[in-house]
Ligand binder design. Structure first.
Ligand code: HEM
Length: 443
């Protein structure tokens, strides 16, 4: 409905194709091909338009020019209390409350759980003939989220059952948002109900323990939810909102971290010279041999090359390819007219891969993060987004991925069962065949 000249008579809408009526280019986008953005970027430059997820999209200060955008199904499935569905002051207050769960003290507490979860997974991988890397990384990041973020103490069977319900929820996040019998969205809403019932039971148990002074820190570890409940006085969040926030943490932290861990397995498999350098760094800091040796914020902080490996994986294979916003007020960008009501996406993948600050940009080179200091890095390297919606779990995810690199390099080796890896990029980068691998313990 927009005139291509809008309120700025001399400015045009950005170039690009709007695809088929109604669905636009959604199907091409959801095919998960990396080329979707790449080819349009090559053809049209930095700002272009397309039509996906039911909205015209232009690729390119929250609450002023733009506001957060997610498809309707995601908004319903995540619930009213989530950060995703909160804007302005409400969003800010909820973030402040959640941030308590990611403080420095909290982080040093989470390391032991991260190490335990990774070591348990590696042990199991080494005992199996063939392991499907992507599925196993998803199981691993789910186990981590359930233990460290939600603080559920589940038997392996209970955890598997919960993961089955969670899968139904996740598989239907992007679905036609109508609750008719048999529709994906209806299944997703049912799974949401079951997940919330589990979360509620767990939160009430924690609250009961706190009220009767049986704090959850008695075993020396406090999960994210307990930390939130501890701080209820300061930035109070009501129980239904808290339940939605727990579900959101599970969603936001699970598949993103699993994708990154899978990419680490792929890149390290392709670059034995990088594995050798990680080993050398671990040796230098006395961390190469003992799998029992506890990792701490301090000793992880010394591992600059390991940090470079994680950053390089997130640069070349960012789990979140883009962030979406709705335009509140028309504005101009690179001399194009961006109309109110449209949806814009900032593309993380293209920004990182076309930025001129990274020499030899397609090369997997962790050393670049040690050799160079990149001024204005945050405008060129943004796997966790930026601004008021910067990823809340950034430090948590970075720390987990560093623990993962240390543990896999010092305790095992792995090889591909198939000769090559073919990737899909929707909803996150992942190997099409699930990545069959053979693990063996390092002796
Ligand atoms: C938001 C990436 C892991 C919690 C975001 C955004 C990105 C991102 C790009 C911003 C989206 C936007 O601009 O609309 C990642 C990546 C991860 C990761 C690449 C792993 C490698 C995690 C983990 C957690 C988490 C482990 C929880 C512990 C969140 C939350 C938000 C968010 C709650 C919403 C923030 C808000 O709306 O204020 N993440 N994330 N993420 N992330 Fe992450």
């Amino acid at each position: 409905h927009y005139s291509s000249r809008g309120r700025w008579p001399n400015l045009l809408l950005p170039p690009g194709s709007m695809g088929l009526p109604i669905i636009g280019e959604t199907l091409l986008f959801m095919c998960g091909k990396k080329q979707f953005f790449e080819s349009r970027f090559k053809q049209h430059g930095e700002v272009y338009k397309t039509h996906i997820l039911g909205s015209p999209i232009i690729l390119m200060n929250e609450n002023n020019l733009v506001t957060v955008f997610w498809p309707e199904s995601v908004r319903h499935l995540l619930g009213k209390g989530s950060l995703t569905n909160s804007v302005g002051e409400l969003h800010r207050t909820k973030r402040m409350a959640l941030q308590k769960a990611f403080s420095h003290t909290a982080m040093s507490d989470y390391i032991s759980i991260m190490q335990k979860v990774v070591q348990t997974c590696i042990k199991s991988w080494c005992s199996q003939e063939i392991v499907f890397g992507y599925q196993e990384c998803k199981n691993m990041s789910f186990a981590l989220a359930v233990e460290a973020l939600l603080g559920f103490s589940l038997t392996p069977k209970e955890q598997r059952n919960l993961l089955d319900v969670y899968r139904v929820f996740e598989n239907n996040l992007f679905s036609f948002p109508r609750q008719y019998p048999g529709f994906g969205f209806t299944k997703g809403m049912e799974a949401r109900k079951t997940l919330l019932a589990n979360i509620k039971e767990c939160l009430e148990l924690k609250m009961h323990k706190m009220n009767s002074n049986e704090g959850s820190a008695q075993h020396g570890f406090k999960d994210a939810m307990s930390r939130l409940l501890d701080n209820q006085g300061e930035h109070s969040v009501h129980l239904p909102d808290l339940m939605d926030l727990c579900l959101e943490l599970l969603f936001a932290g699970h598949v993103t971290t699993a994708s990154a861990a899978t990419s680490i397995l792929i890149y390290l498999n392709q670059h034995s010279e990088v594995v050798t350098k990680v080993q050398a760094e671990l040796e230098e800091h006395g961390l190469a041999q003992s799998q029992e040796l506890d990792l701490t914020l301090a000793n992880l902080g010394h591992l600059r090359y390991v940090n470079g490996v994680v950053k390089e994986v997130l640069r070349l294979s960012p789990p979140v390819g883009a962030g979406y916003r709705t335009v509140l007020k028309s504005f101009t960008l690179n001399n194009y007219h961006i109309p109110a009501g449209w949806t814009i996406a900032y593309s993380i993948r293209e920004t990182q891969q076309t930025s001129n600050i990274f020499e030899d940009t397609n090369k997997f080179n962790p050393d670049r993060w040690i050799d160079h200091k990149y001024p204005d890095e945050k405008f060129h390297f943004l796997p966790f987004g930026g601004g008021p919606r910067l990823c809340l779990g950034k430090e948590f995810a970075m720390m987990f991925l560093r623990v993962f690199v240390v543990e896999i390099v010092r305790s095992c080796s792995w090889e591909l069962v198939e000769g090559s890896v073919k990737m899909s990029y929707f909803p996150v980068p992942h190997p099409k065949d699930g990545l069959p691998l053979r693990f063996s313990e390092r002796v």
